[in-house]
Design a protein around this ligand. Structure first.
Ligand code: SAM
Length: 467
């Protein structure tokens, strides 16, 4: 829309731009088209647009054939967008983007996020949508210039800080261009800039412990002018040796260390993550025949190397809302690293039965001890990695404590989101989980049918049966 059209439309729909909602509307159509072009959106994409306003970007995103989910807080603008586009591929949600649950995005194949963000809430919005894990494969954002410079900053600069490192740890950030305030109506007090963020490959950087890394960074930047040797004294006793080992200036301040140096420094004090994994290499598993009867015992590597039938359990843990906890397998696992999997799972070892294994695995992986119910069984085949599997269900009311040697991270998801996700992106999952999820859904469908059928029967007959 041209400036004159924006003015006229706002008047017509009774909107006087509110500073509190960061309502500055883009009237440079060439720039709007250029911004959308940077996303390389195609009809394969599912685009989340935050703050569509009058549709300056929405128009060009729709032109690319993508499906758009636009979240607009102002009801009058949301209504206007309906009437302007009336397009099936455009879904408009009139809500606060800070309240939107990004987990639903996992159900879509390729998700991109685009937005000329309202400046007053751009930091919390960014931190919410950049949270890890995320299904978003690209972010194209127009931000306050100062914020864009902080996100894309390099070491030893004024803009480089804890936010830079926090974002760059999982994303490659590119400052694309500056944008003058004059392209917006009303004109904001500050200039803007367009940035592109692309998630890093999860194994691109060698960090062992994100939590500790971010903690050290926070402490390091808490007093920018102070030397790290003093700020990190509690964590690093022999600073001089470590500094020389990592080839950093012993008097360095936080802003002088690159992301890779911060990672190297943290890795020096984080426990080696594979320590516990190594101890499982010699475990003996029962090898079973096609009827799941024990024939002999073999090591983990023999069982997997020779496709021998063996036994395993998968446990699905639900919260009170009915969401299922999925874990992303640790990057250090020898099989299916970083794939998503059941809440907990593991092999039956020598001397154990299925139920004992389920309780042990749940305790070891999530530090939970709740009653478990057997819900499905799978026969050993190539799609289960030659495992006979019993599937269990349990419900928790409190928190879980994922074991970081086994689990990269874990999240509760609605079962319908998992349905969409497993069909849109099956490669995200360990193959055994896909089989377990199918079996679990077959079970829940049959349970639902059993509860629905008697009602259908009595409704059809006009009266309750009383046999
Ligand atoms: N994308 C449009 C453009 O480029 O012309 C509008 C951008 S304007 C900077 C920000 C938009 O975000 C406004 O339409 C405003 O109403 C909307 N907005 C403000 N706070 C929001 C929130 N919490 N959730 C969703 N939208 C919000």
């Amino acid at each position: 829309m041209k400036l004159s059209e924006i003015r006229a439309t706002l008047k017509e729909i009774g909107v006087s731009p509110a500073k509190a909602l960061g309502q500055n509307f883009l009237h440079d159509q060439n720039l709007a088209r250029w911004i959308v072009d940077q996303t390389q959106i195609t009809s394969e994409d599912y685009v989340l647009e935050i703050g569509p306003g009058l549709g300056a970007l929405t128009e060009f995103i729709l032109e690319k054939g993508a499906h758009v989910l636009a979240i607009e807080r102002d009801a009058r603008l949301a209504e206007f967008l309906h009437s302007r586009f009336g397009e099936e591929r455009l879904e408009i949600v009139n809500t606060d983007a800070l309240k939107f649950d990004p987990r639903v995005l996992f159900a879509h194949r390729r998700v991109k996020l685009v937005g000329n963000l309202p400046y007053n809430i751009s930091s919390p919005l960014l931190l919410k949508f950049l949270q890890h894990p995320s299904p978003i494969s690209l972010y194209l954002l127009t931000l306050q210039k100062e914020m864009a410079m902080r996100l894309s900053a390099s070491p030893c600069t004024h803009d480089y800080g804890a936010l830079t490192l926090r974002v760059q740890l999982h994303h490659r950030v590119k400052y694309l261009r500056s944008v003058a305030a004059t392209v917006f109506f009303p004109r904001p007090d500050v200039d803007s800039a367009v940035v592109r963020l692309v998630p890093r490959d999860p194994i691109e950087l060698p960090e062992h412990d994100d939590e500790l890394l971010l903690k050290l960074i926070r402490i390091g930047f808490s007093q920018r002018r102070k030397q790290l040797r003093k700020l990190l004294r509690e964590y690093i006793s022999d600073w001089n040796r470590l500094a020389s080992c990592l080839e950093i200036d012993p008097n360095a301040r936080a802003e002088e260390l690159s992301l890779l140096q911060w990672i190297a420094l943290t890795n020096c004090i984080a426990p080696p993550p594979c320590q516990e994994m190594c101890s499982t290499a010699n475990e003996q598993f029962p090898v079973v025949d096609k009827n799941d009867r024990i024939r002999n015992y073999a090591s983990r590597s023999e069982v997997h190397g020779n496709n021998l039938r063996h036994r395993a359990v998968h446990i699905l843990i639900f919260n009170q809302a009915g969401d299922v906890y999925l874990q992303q397998r640790s990057r250090w696992k020898d099989r299916h690293p970083l794939k998503w999997d059941s809440s907990a799972a593991g092999h039956v070892t020598a001397g154990e039965n299925y139920d004992e294994t389920a309780r042990r695995e749940l305790k070891e992986e999530l530090d939970v001890d709740v009653p478990l119910e057997r819900i499905f069984r799978l026969t050993a085949s190539s799609s289960t990695d030659y495992e006979f599997i019993w599937g269990y269900r349990g419900v928790v009311s409190g928190g879980l404590a994922p074991n970081k040697y086994e689990i990269e991270r874990g999240v509760f998801f609605a079962p319908t989101v998992i349905d969409g996700w497993t069909s849109a992106r099956p490669d995200d999952f360990a193959p055994g989980f896909l089989e377990c999820w199918k079996a679990y859904r077959r079970k829940t469908h049959s349970e639902r049918e059993q509860t629905i059928r008697p009602e259908t029967f009595s409704a059809a007959n006009g009266a309750a049966s009383s046999s």
